[in-house]
Design a protein around this ligand. Sequence first.
Ligand code: KIV
Ligand code: ZN
Length: 511
Amino acid sequence: MPRKIIIFDTTLRDGEQCPGASLNKEEKLEIARHLAKLNVDAIEAGFAIASPGDFDSVKSIAQQIKGPIICSLARAKKEDITTAYDAVKHSARPRIHVFLATSPIHMEKKLRMTPDEVFNTAVEMVKFAKSLCTDIEFSPEDAGRSDPVFLKKVIAGVIEAGATTVNVPDTVGYTSPWEFGSLIEEIIRDVPQIKEKGIIVSVHCHNDLGLATINSLAAIRAGANQVECTINGIGERAGNASLEEVVMNLVTRKDFFNCETNINTKEIYKTSRLVSTLTSLLVQPNKAIVGANAFAHEAGIHQAGVLRARETYEIMKPEDIGLTESRLVLGKHSGRNAFADRLKDMGYNIQDEALEKAFAKFKEIADKKKDVTERDLEAIVANEAYVDKEFFSIESIEVESGTSKKPKATVVLKHESKIISETSTGAGPVDAVYSAIDKIVQQNVGAQNIELVDYIIQAITGGTDAQGEVKVRIKDAKDNIYAGHGSDTDIIIASAKAYLSAINRLLFTIS
Ligand code: KIV
Ligand code: ZN
């Protein structure tokens, strides 16, 4: 009988800690809806105490998303725990996730606490959390570099205090799969309360040395029954274990692991694309499972093999992760109802103003582009429906460029019902547009010292009339990163939208 592995998704918490990946409430809700369709067992919806915005997002997810456990992270402090509970209590299945570091370096340098103080605080705070909520998870942060004897003492203590899940994080991605597997085995063997009380042993691996997935799998082999992971492996620094990698390993090598999950793998690809667009974090083309090349066969010898029998070079089928031909969905004569129905079929739940904006954009694209496919609709929704307050929006853009011309752009933006125009030149048309935008922003809201950090452009579908999707990251004078994205059949407009969406996010954050 295969063992059930609980999939705990932390895209909206650890994933969102990735620089510039911050998401607004509507974006988080849409990702949470996709995670529920993917059938994850638990969603870590955020860190409720971090800001009023975070609290509000966790609360909305707890109120609206049915099915998975909804969890908030909390430091081992009463105020954090109460706030986490206030946010998740609206869910039918609330969980509080309390953490406190147990490694010598974290206890000494960060917490300035003795091991005894850490032990007592962990136990007291888990007791307090338990007085509010029955489902309590505890994480000894930096477990991978903790003294195993002390670690096991803390784990036994928090279980006695009421924790029902103990999560073992390799916070800095330091351990090797052999060490991490042995550590999990040792914890399960030496902490009798785990078996006696049927405690879930969870793992949370970071990818600093590229080992997050293999460490998670080694832990599963050693007896762990919950894995914390994120879509596309996003997260702090080099990220977390990637959900799609862990799950597809368990599916593809069920013969070896003899484990299964509740994940509906056919939702993987769609969820990956949504997360990539909304966080503006590109999925590398050779990324396992969801990268653009993951199922592409370039070498002639591979192509010949696959044509004769797919299994010669393919161990998974693209359909297994929901990667199918992007279907033609609507035409330029399709009305609002057909558009809304189609989005609902695709798993989106947008309404009112957001639906109107997306529909208007669809009409514009349908006029310019022969075939409007599901991928186009996904991009329209992701780029139009969830925008923050628009401090600046595009009225018009005119660009002149060519082999014998200095690129020049005239940009007209709307700001608080004022229409402002600026003209600028640049090294290329995008540079000229960005320079005109910078001038307008500076004149109207003061110098923001914006620096462009990354600019990435991709075609959403094939064909020369495809929409281009641009992802940018900008930074302010304090090195805070803000991401933005935009799509359009005209790549200059897509570039302007992406830049403005990052600027609007910056202004929204500091407002
Ligand atoms: O990496 C880590 O240790 C964490 C904990 C809060 C679980 O994210
Ligand atoms: Zn983490």
